[in-house]
Ligand binder design. Structure first.
Ligand code: GSH
Length: 218
């Protein structure tokens, strides 16, 4: 029996965690939490994540319950030897990786999430749609600029920062790119980074683990 229980679903935040576990080749029990029917608000799940959102992790070996995708990736990177390469220990390199990791949870994720929310509402929320679209493009530009100066977000090497941002960029390619083709035409560095990461075997495997979960608009 694996010692790690991963609670997740086929969404950008959920996919980061299956990708991470495949990258470090750790066995885990996948527990699919159907957010479409509110399983994330049930007491048995709130015990693992009081915030009632996926993803979350329970480690039977240490007794740790971990919620927030960034905290899960840091926990796994620190605990398992294979994770060390995904989160450098030298302070300056580590700070760069953590800066992009926090940036994703504080900016890219919430803003694209709000864009996705408002853009599917058939009500008069044009101001919100426009605001979150512009802010999403601004954030994607920041990623593109960063990837012009280094191959990965943390610098020379692939890291948890790339895993954090990758599923959100995949989502933006589906939801935002069709209505903002002009902007996406200029995202050359971002698009080639996205292709390189998509081709990683662990990324393919991590995405495949959630393939049978329907729903995924992004
Ligand atoms: N900051 C959190 C965000 C988690 C989050 O928003 N999860 C979404 C799915 S992508 C969710 O559980 N939504 C269901 C809900 O809000 O009830 C993280 O990075 O883990």
């Amino acid at each position: 029996m694996s010692k790690l229980d991963l609670y997740t679903w086929n969404t950008p935040n959920g996919r980061k965690t299956t990708i991470m576990l495949e990258e470090i080749a750790q066995p885990y029990t996948l527990i699919k939490v159907d957010i479409g029917i509110g399983a994330q608000k049930q007491p048995n799940f709130l015990h693992i994540n009081p915030n009632g959102r996926i993803p979350a992790l329970f480690d039977h070996q240490s007794g740790a319950r971990v919620f927030e995708s960034g905290a899960i990736l840091v926990y796994l990177a620190e605990k398992f030897p294979a994770g060390k390469k995904l989160l450098p220990s030298a302070p300056a390199e580590r700070a760069e990786v953590l800066s992009w990791t926090y940036w994703q949870t504080g900016g890219l994720g919430p803003i694209l999430g709000q864009y996705n929310h408002f853009s599917t509402k058939n009500i008069n929320v044009n101001y919100a749609k426009q605001r979150f679209k512009e802010e999403s493009i601004r954030l994607l530009n920041i990623l593109d600029d960063r990837l012009k100066e280094s191959p990965f977000l943390g610098g020379k090497h692939y890291s948890i920062a790339d895993i954090m941002c990758f599923p959100w960029v995949s989502g933006a390619l589906k939801t935002l790119a069709p209505s903002t083709q002009e902007a996406f035409k200029n995202f050359n560095s971002l698009l080639s980074w996205h292709q390189i990461i998509s081709a990683r075997p662990a990324v393919k495997k991590g995405l495949m683990r959630l393939d049978d979960v329907s729903n995924s608009r992004y």
